[in-house]
Write a protein of this length. Structure first.
Length: 437
């Protein structure tokens, strides 16, 4: 951890030094005026700033994508349609800009063969970064309009086979999968934000979907977006913007989900940072938004305010913290159905027990022909997390933790608050779960 902090300090120092030097060069060369003009709505034609990536670094590969992941130098100003190329994809957003990355033409960041998560594929293979002022981002999104292909969206409790399900759809010709695009996660973490009122929040979501699912030379017939389990709250707004989109919620038994989460993350710098924020009153003063959004799958509702109070969240065990995230995601799904969102659920245990029957049900739900079911089933034989820090091979020696009486009391309290089964009970199927025969 100390080594990582030193690397972070070195990288940050280098990045801010490059930014400072570039500002001086801009001033001396007159590019300051070009940069300022690029921010104006009437300067749309040359508002895309293209930069060459010189260095990249992240505290952990699973951290939310950020413009700060790259040290880049200015190359040119271009028309916003620069980002419509097949090998340019939306990476993240800031309060003022949309951030795209350009990768080599032979690298498909949507493919699970490149990486199980789109944002990791982008981070590893990007050679240019392109920024668009938010006004240009919205204008470009309005010009291309809603995607012509069918839109679907998967959300989940996490560590429940959600990447496996996405890989299943990816195997079907014409389907483009987008595994946890960073722009959704970043936007949800930023909220509430003084520069992003509710109307702008909805507009940003619309523009994000339009640019993620932009026209492509392969002419996809369906886009399948997988939302990160820490961002499930965003589904409600997406459903309001795209009422024809179909949603799928993926879950598994709570105990198995949490133990899998612990095996995957509890020893990583990724979770250690979150845990430090959770148990430190000082860090919570400055970074509480990060931890509460993670625990409540995106925040944004009074329904879970009891779970984010200092005296409760700060005292939870590691196991109970993961359980809270699992339980809130299940609760959000139930709320989505009660709100009229077109969403169904599928259990990971059913996929393990009857994979062909589950495939048939899902293909029917998404109105996909059954002629490709063999390809879908074949995809299940591969580790969906390959090429990631949490691949099956890397986690084979990791173990969960012992559930003590105090942990059991914590998780049962959380479950009772949200109307879910206790850890000692067999989990009841959530409403709207597919019956697999």
């Amino acid at each position: 951890m100390i080594l990582l902090l030193l690397q972070y300090l070195l990288y940050s120092l280098c990045r801010w030094s490059v930014i400072f030097i570039q500002q001086v060069v801009y001033f001396l060369s007159g590019n300051f005026q070009s940069t300022d003009r690029a921010q104006l709505e009437n300067e749309y034609e040359l508002s895309a700033q293209v930069m060459q990536i010189r260095w990249r670094w992240k505290f952990h590969l699973l951290f939310i994508p950020s413009f700060g992941d790259f040290i880049a130098t200015h190359q040119q100003f271009a028309h916003p349609d620069y980002v419509l190329s097949d090998n340019v994809s939306l990476y993240t957003i800031t309060a003022t800009h949309a951030v795209f990355v350009e990768t080599p033409p032979n690298v498909d960041v949507h493919s699970s063969d490149v990486n199980a998560f789109m944002y990791i594929a982008q981070f590893r293979h990007a050679h240019r970064v392109i920024t668009l002022p938010m006004s240009s981002f919205h204008k470009l999104a309005a010009e291309i309009g809603d995607p012509k292909a069918k839109l679907t969206c998967n959300c989940s409790v996490g560590r429940c086979g959600s990447t496996t399900f996405l890989q299943l759809f990816e195997a079907i010709p014409g389907v483009v999968s987008l595994a946890e695009p960073g722009s959704f996660t970043r936007l949800q973490l930023m909220m509430p934000h003084p520069q992003i009122p509710p109307a702008e929040y909805m507009l940003r979501l619309q523009s994000i979907v339009r640019l993620l699912c932009k026209p492509h030379t392969s002419k996809p017939t369906m886009y399948c977006i997988k939302i990160a389990s820490s961002t499930t709250a965003v589904v409600e707004a997406i459903a309001a913007i795209f009422p024809k989109m179909r949603f799928l919620f993926i879950y598994r038994n709570g105990k198995e989900t949490v133990q899998s989460d612990i095996r995957a993350h509890s020893k990583s710098s990724y979770f250690r940072v979150l845990r430090a924020i959770q148990i430190s009153p000082i860090l919570r003063l400055f970074l509480t938004n990060t931890m509460t959004k993670w625990c409540t799958a995106g925040g944004g509702t009074e329904r879970y305010s009891w779970a984010t109070k200092d005296d409760f969240l700060g005292s939870l065990s590691v196991f109970s913290t993961f359980w809270l995230k699992w339980a809130v995601n299940c609760s959000r799904y139930i709320h989505f159905r009660e709100s009229g969102i077109q969403i169904k659920a599928v259990r990971y245990e059913d996929l393990l027990d009857k994979p062909e029957a589950v495939c048939q049900v899902l293909l029917n739900y998404y109105e996909i022909t059954h002629q490709h079911i063999a390809k879908a089933l074949h995809s299940l034989q591969r580790d969906s997390q390959r090429n990631t820090p949490i691949s099956r091979n890397k986690l084979k020696n990791e173990r969960g933790i012992t559930i003590t009486p105090s942990i059991m009391a914590e998780v049962n309290f959380i479950s009772s608050r949200l109307g879910l089964s206790k850890i000692t009970e067999d989990m009841k199927a959530l409403p709207g779960t597919f019956a697999i025969n």
